[in-house]
Design a protein around this ligand. Sequence first.
Ligand SMILES: *Cc1c(COP(=O)(O)O)cnc(C)c1O
Length: 377
Amino acid sequence: MIPFNKPYLTGNETQYIIDAVSSGKISGNGKYTKLCQTFFEERYSFKKCLLTTSCTDALEMAAILVDIKPGDEVIMPSYTFVSTANAFVLRGAKIIFADSSEENPNIDVSKLDKLITKKTKAIVVVHYAGIACNMDSIMALANTHGIYVVEDAAQSIDSFYTGKDGVKNPLGSIGHLSTFSFHETKNIISGEGGMLAINDLQFAKRAEIIWEKGTNRSAFFRGEVDKYGWIDIGSSFLPSEIVAAFLWAQLECLDKIQNKRKEIWNRYYNGLNCSKNKLNLPYIPDYATNNAHIFYLVFDSIESRAKCIGQLKEKNFHAVFHYLSLHESEFYKDSYSGDELFWSNEYSNKLLRLPLFYELSLEDVDEIINIINNAEA
Ligand SMILES: *Cc1c(COP(=O)(O)O)cnc(C)c1O
């Protein structure tokens, strides 16, 4: 069976882990953590980065930092991973789910205005498949209403948004805070892993405290205070050096990994004959780039998607779908009182993700294309 995803190892992971272990310093915030954080700060001009044990953890940090209190409202797409919402629910937020747009699964910016109330504290955007949301509009709306913007950039490493001013901004550098994932299903991995990027420096000092269990331990080790103690809420959000060492080996090969994934992505995009099977290919607006995180198709019905999954499975290819709309989830449906979210449900029912990983051969990609192109409509 050709899997949907296969983690790619660059070859240096174990060597760097051995180096971390033999250095005698394997808890967090050591040499490899700093190498990784500096890499992101320099390459993407994120103002301050903190590695976390997952994107989920980074989202939980973001929810604490924007000071979510019970009853505060947070707007986000319904078509996203559970953690986007869960992190804010943990702090007592009421989630105001927004619909996706017709053109792609990203949040429909035209419908955001009417979701904003006096209680709105933050908008969380998800750049689905690493394809940018319309950030100029979102930031303008947020600034008008004094709302924070958190980018759930879990899927968005090395992808960009070009604003009306013509400046090309890395995703994760635009919102006040942003969160990344290095889960083994993402482009750059460390098994489990994540990162909080802080673009509004008013959050920098507190972020470090929350990261270190609510203590000023980081400031203590820099010699800024002569003792450290409990000064805020927090948790153990930082990963060990073993995880950071693994991640560093991946980051060193970022361009190589991205180029290969884009080659596969483009092969699908150019090879699939969508008109014949009433398929929709990914839509990338002019302001967005593609980082080849996901190659997805949108079918005309749930039945034709199931049929395609079956045909691929017969030939030993594993394709998957994801995201049950969160507003209809078992956990949240009784708390949801908003409108029907048509497009979110459409993507839940009709979107399919094709295998995409570094070691997927172009022959296999061509075979998948053939199976889909030759399927009877
Ligand atoms: C993968 C993902 C997450 C969760 O990332 P973890 O590192 O597994 O916690 C959150 N949001 C989105 C949009 C994701 O794709």
